[in-house]
Design a protein around this ligand. Structure first.
Ligand code: AMP
Length: 126
């Protein structure tokens, strides 16, 4: 079951302007900012402005305008960061959900990672 949205999570506080972020881009429905602990030369987080816990929560409850706004901003970020296929060498977009996904911040976010080869998607554990 999706946990209740915690409005004290760090991304909710960024959205309310209570703590700063290194903003990359914004539209009516989404905000993009640099990850504080980057795992690659390009590491941007894109978050919806609405209160959604996870990817599946966002897919189920967001309006068409929120879905479109979020996805458009994500694509624009990849392009602006020079990693989109139009001009760049590509990127990885990932989202972690819940315990098995190892999600730390319970506000849906998409990681856009690039600027170097990302290696295999997962380490296989047999
Ligand atoms: P996840 O494990 O998918 O929930 O990832 C959470 C991400 O948020 C991590 O990559 C953190 O480095 C990043 N993070 C945590 N706090 C902040 C912050 N204040 N500003 C930017 N990124 C943050």
């Amino acid at each position: 079951m999706t946990p209740a949205y915690d409005d004290q999570n760090i991304f909710a506080r960024i959205l309310r302007g209570e703590i700063p972020c290194d903003k990359v881009a914004e539209n009516d429905h989404a905000l993009a900012f640099r990850d504080i602990n980057p795992a690659a030369p390009v590491h941007v987080l894109v978050i919806p402005k609405g209160a959604y816990v996870s990817f599946d929560d966002f897919c189920a409850r967001a309006s068409e305008a929120e879905l479109a706004g979020f996805l458009r901003l994500s694509g624009q970020v990849a392009e602006a960061e020079g990693v989109a296929l139009k001009r760049g060498a590509g990127f990885r977009a990932i989202t972690n959900a819940g315990e098995h996904g190892v999600q730390e911040v319970p506000h849906f976010h998409l990681h856009i990672l690039g600027g170097r080869g990302m290696g295999p998607m997962l380490t296989r554990r047999d």
